[in-house]
Write a protein that binds this ligand. Structure first.
Ligand code: PAF
Length: 300
């Protein structure tokens, strides 16, 4: 308690004009949040890797709506990047991120160093994400979801939020986080916010900034394919997949990774004769940039 109080005072200069406070250590954040909880405040967490866009800001806004205190974490988690992936070049736009979060009234940004999160090097204890984690994103990025759930689990233990807010854009991530929370009896709820899109339909992503002008146009094929799947969904799974695949037909410079329709309850591929709510998932490489998107559909 004493420690938390002295840290609170000594770090007062990290507060921005709008009252947002940037916290770098676990001890300091725990102390500050304990003070808020002691007066009855509820806490919402938005885990991010920074390079914030309007999709992230929608999550932060939701956090402000559903809890008294909104904590946004900004941490590019090395554990969830594989060899040869974009860990080193992942966009880092810290000052702009802070300004945007300050403007919408978030109270805390937790921005720890890698050493603060993993003082003994990459943690040897990991959350095993289970069978679904080896499919789709997990098939292309082995170990990604174990690394993601490990850091999300650490953040949940550090922040102890009443609610954590995630974006539907990363549908498999959302499914696995919910599963972890349920399997491991974590005492919080998960709030999911609809994907935010550019005017032309491209799902917002921090990785969109890797795209050059031509690639940016090509990238529209993902949302177009999902729209085609949604339009054909009343005719059944095969037709929906055929129409979505056809959307990729005419495009150069894009390599389809997977296109699949899954059951939202199990996240496994639906049977050929499935009807009712489902989710169409797509991943593709546009130039050197790997993009994902998804859309709820209703199979007829
Ligand atoms: O979605 C992301 O940005 C990351 O996977 C997350 C949830 C912040 C964990 O590092």
């Amino acid at each position: 308690m004493t420690k938390a109080k002295s840290e609170t005072t000594s770090d007062a200069r990290s507060e921005t004009a709008g009252g947002l406070r940037v916290v770098r250590t676990i001890a300091e954040l725990r102390g500050l949040l304990a003070e808020r909880r002691a007066v009855g405040a509820s806490v919402a967490l938005v885990p991010t890797m920074g390079a914030l866009h309007d999709g992230h800001l929608a999550l932060a806004r939701r956090a402000r709506e559903v809890a008294d205190v909104a904590v946004v974490s900004i941490f590019v988690n090395p554990l969830q990047f594989g060899a040869g992936e974009d860990l080193d070049r992942y966009p880092r736009t810290f000052d702009a991120d802070i300004a945007a979060l300050d403007a919408l009234g978030a109270q805390f940004v937790f921005a720890p160093s890698v050493e603060e999160m993993y003082p003994d090097g990459p943690s040897s204890t990991r959350v095993a994400a289970g069978e679904v984690a080896s499919l789709y994103e997990g098939a292309s990025r082995p170990g990604h979801f174990d690394g993601m759930l490990t850091v999300v689990s650490k953040l949940f233990h550090i922040v102890m939020p009443d609610v954590a807010v995630f974006g539907q854009k990363d549908a498999q991530q959302v499914f696995l986080v919910k599963r972890m929370v349920s399997d491991l009896d974590m005492p919080l709820s998960i709030d999911v916010v609809t994907t935010v899109r550019e005017d032309d339909g491209l799902a917002m992503s921090s990785r969109n900034r890797y795209l050059d002008e031509t690639e940016r146009k090509t990238a529209l094929v993902l949302s177009e394919a999902l729209r085609a799947a949604a339009d054909a969904a009343s005719e059944g799974v095969d037709e929906a997949l055929a129409e979505a695949t056809a959307a990729f037909g005419d495009h150069d410079g894009v390599e389809l990774d997977y296109l699949v329709i899954v059951d939202p309850e199990t996240f496994l591929p639906v049977a050929a004769d499935a009807t009712g709510p489902a989710v169409a998932l797509v991943a593709a490489r546009v130039g050197t940039t790997r993009l994902i998107d998804n859309r709820p559909i209703t199979l007829g």
